[in-house]
Design a protein around this ligand. Structure first.
Ligand code: HDE
Length: 674
């Protein structure tokens, strides 16, 4: 335990002391933790029982308010390593030289409560706290590079519309309802993000397979004070992969903690999730030539225009010791930046700079939450801020003000500001801004709401475009207000007529007149970087194969497949109708929990299993979810019952052919389902 006057400024780390004696919070040894104190064997419990009172009192106060957004999340410790230092761009000490700094990362869904499921259609938060030698830098991003709104003043409206409807208290963790689509239909600036939200980006297979984006344009500032605009990107080592919608829906039932478990188990197994950090940098002159405003968070910069330069890697190699103390109490804040990084005038970012600290004071209950071990910087931290509820530090001496001359009488005068401390970039006029007037307006180019929505849609592979249309049909089918659906269709017509037609057909609704854009649409060149399918890595690393076995199956073949999957970097699990015959039980391990399946059965087994619903679902879902299936002739009755039609994703039991197929999904198969 710290002496409370830790020179690093960390509040005392209140570890539970070791030893195996159960004590009260006052350290008093407890003799009986099973029975409260009573007047006689059948008498009333006595108020005097301080052991009972303290225990119940503490339990009664265990909960704190959940985050107003991003309430459900999973965290992990790790490190960030700078591999390609950028001293010419930034004086941020850890980016200007090679080396590692510790990090804590939290992934989250946005709309659902803390107890909601892991696989709704939703944006994923991707927040990283870098504990650098010059303070904590929080890069608080999402897995989508743009946002729904341009100005922070609209955030409460956006979130109110997406959360459970105020009168009904449902739906939980879902955009598919009236109020969300009503708001969106009236805020065309959200259409670009809607395209992303309706794409497979919002139903990721694993948190280890998502990208991350800082979204806003930030600044990097070098030793000479020169500032360069910068966008931040995280690129997953395992590549991007998503579920299909029907699979995500079933996963929610099969394993509500699917992604939290996946992250935790991968780290426990030493299979550390990893991302590259990339930057896109540019100057004001380049920015002014673009058909969009780089301060507008509903716009991205295509990688084809400014390539992403990889400068480092993030490795998550340690699970939290305690979910509440770390993942729940961690407080990320976009305002936490270090010398060498600075903000821009993006009006969404500017609002965020206020919101996080503010909400955290209400969530964590005191101005001293920065002293919690997970939030405290790991570098020295000294200032004259004092007192407040739950003050953990015990500062010595009288110097709690500045300037002071206490040093002259031999006392500790406390810390001083230094020249190389954080200094804000001075320019207010970089991007043609004129700060001489106060105005409630948005810059002119913020008015183009359709060009990049079209860019995104037209950059997708055919299968992905189909998924977006399906997602829109599903979501709008849940919208009961007719004019809201029509208004969305009117917007879709401007984005892409084919998309609008498909959605209208799916809804069996007539197309309304197209919406009228405020500005002319710019046809930007399609960008392959925006597609998941075009960027999929064909690999088994991070993926799992389910091998269904039964008494009559050739276990040597099952074992050979398992070994081949492992040799290819994947995981394999044996599944049987009865748990005692394998590692997992079939009814509790539907195929949505794995990425490919193999059926190692005897002919009799297959016949029996073809009448057993969990077995038929196991196979038919794998087929419908575009997964590879390995089977031999013996499995035919089960394949037939499941409606499997042989295609290139259906192989024999030879390990090599199956492993090759299992590395990918078979999107062409979807055509069969119509
Ligand atoms: Fe957040 N956001 N946000 N947000 N946000 C919060 O802070 C807010 C925005 C993001 O794992 C809250 O501590 C406003 C964009 C993540 O703990 C709150 C606006 C992006 C997390 C808040 C935005 C994000 C949050 C709720 C519009 C991507 C979870 C609890 C101006 C770049 C961090 C909390 C974690 C959390 C406000 C928009 C990402 C209320 C006002 C854009 C990843 O302060």
């Amino acid at each position: 335990m710290s002496d409370g006057n830790d020179k690093r400024g960390n509040a005392g780390e209140l570890h539970q002391r070791g030893g195996d004696t159960l004590t009260t919070n006052q350290g008093i040894p407890i003799s009986d933790n099973q029975n409260s104190l009573k007047a006689g064997t059948r008498g009333p419990t006595l108020l005097e029982d301080f052991v009972l009172r303290e225990k119940i009192f503490h339990f009664d106060h265990e909960r704190i308010p959940e985050r107003i957004v991003h309430a459900r999340g999973s965290g992990a410790h790790g490190y960030f390593e700078t591999t390609d230092p950028i001293p010419e761009l930034t004086r941020a000490s850890f980016l200007a030289k090679k080396g590692k700094v510790p990090v804590f990362t939290r992934f989250s869904t946005v709309a659902g409560g803390a107890g909601s499921v892991d696989t709704p259609r939703d944006v994923r938060g991707f927040a990283v706290k870098f504990y650098t030698e010059e303070g904590n830098w929080d890069l608080v991003g999402n897995n989508i590079p743009v946002f729904f709104i341009q100005d922070a003043i609209k955030f409460p409206d956006l979130i109110h519309s997406v959360k459970m409807e105020a009168d009904k208290g449902y739906p939980q963790a879902a955009t598919a309802h009236d109020t969300f689509w009503d708001f969106v239909s009236l805020m065309p600036e959200s259409l670009h993000m809607i395209m992303w939200a309706m794409s497979d980006r919002t139903i990721p297979r694993s948190l280890r397979m998502i990208e991350g984006f800082g979204i806003h344009t930030f600044r990097l500032v070098n030793e000479e004070g020169k500032s360069t605009f910068c966008k931040f990107h995280w690129k997953p080592k395992l590549g991007l992969q998503s579920q299909v919608w029907n699979e995500a829906v079933k996963t929610a039932g099969a394993d509500p903690d699917y992604q939290r478990r996946d992250l935790f188990e991968a780290i426990e197994a030493g299979d550390y999730p990893e991302w590259e950090l990339g930057i896109q940098t540019f100057d004001a002159e380049w920015a002014e030539k673009q058909p969009y405003d780089v301060l507008d968070s509903t716009k991205l910069i295509p990688e084809e225009d400014i390539p992403v330069r990889i400068i480092g890697r993030l490795v998550l190699d340690r699970n939290p010791d305690n979910f509440f103390a770390e993942t729940e109490q961690v407080a990320f804040c976009p305002a936490n930046i270090v010398p060498g990084v600075d903000f821009t005038d993006d009006p969404l970012l500017q609002g965020r700079l206020f919101s996080y600290l503010d909400t955290q004071k209400s969530r964590l209950g005191t101005a001293n939450f920065h002293q919690l071990p997970i939030n405290a910087p790991k570098c020295p931290m000294h200032n004259f801020q004092r007192d407040g509820q739950f003050q953990m530090a015990v500062p010595k001496g009288r110097a709690n003000y500045e300037p002071n001359s206490l040093a002259e009488v031999g006392e500790d005068a406390g810390p001083r500001a230094i020249d190389r401390g954080f200094a804000t970039v001075k320019s207010m006029t970089d991007l043609g801004n004129d700060p001489s007037e106060k105005l409630r307006v948005r810059a002119e180019l913020f008015g183009d709401h359709y060009s990049q929505a079209r860019l995104f849609y037209r950059s997708q592979a055919k299968a992905e475009q189909g998924h977006m249309a399906d997602a829109l049909v599903f979501e709008l089918s849940k919208v009961a207000i007719d004019h809201v659906r029509q208004r969305i269709l009117a917007h879709l017509r401007v984005i892409d007529e084919d998309l609008a037609a498909k959605v209208a057909e799916g809804l069996a609704e007539d197309l309304p007149k197209a919406a009228t854009p405020k500005r002319d649409i710019v046809d930007m060149n399609p960008s392959d970087a925006l597609s998941i399918v075009k960027n999929a890595k064909h690999t088994l690393a991070g993926r799992k194969v389910g091998i269904l076995v039964a008494d009559g199956g050739d276990m040597a073949k099952a074992e050979a497949i398992k070994q081949a999957v492992k040799a290819d970097g994947g995981m394999a699990v044996m599944i049987a109708k009865e748990r005692g015959k394998a590692e997992e039980q079939l009814a509790g391990t539907p195929s949505v929990t794995v990425d490919a399946i193999a059926l190692v059965l005897g002919a009799d087994d297959a016949k029996k299993l073809s009448k057993y619903k969990p077995a038929v679902d196991f196979v038919s879902d794998a087929f419908a979810h575009l997964k590879a299936i390995a089977a031999d002739d013996a499995a035919k009755p089960l394949l037939d019952a499941a409606g499997v039609e042989v295609d290139e994703g259906v192989t024999g039991l030879e390990p090599d052919a199956f492993v090759k197929a299992a590395r990918m999904r078979f999107y062409d198969r979807e055509a069969k389902f119509w």
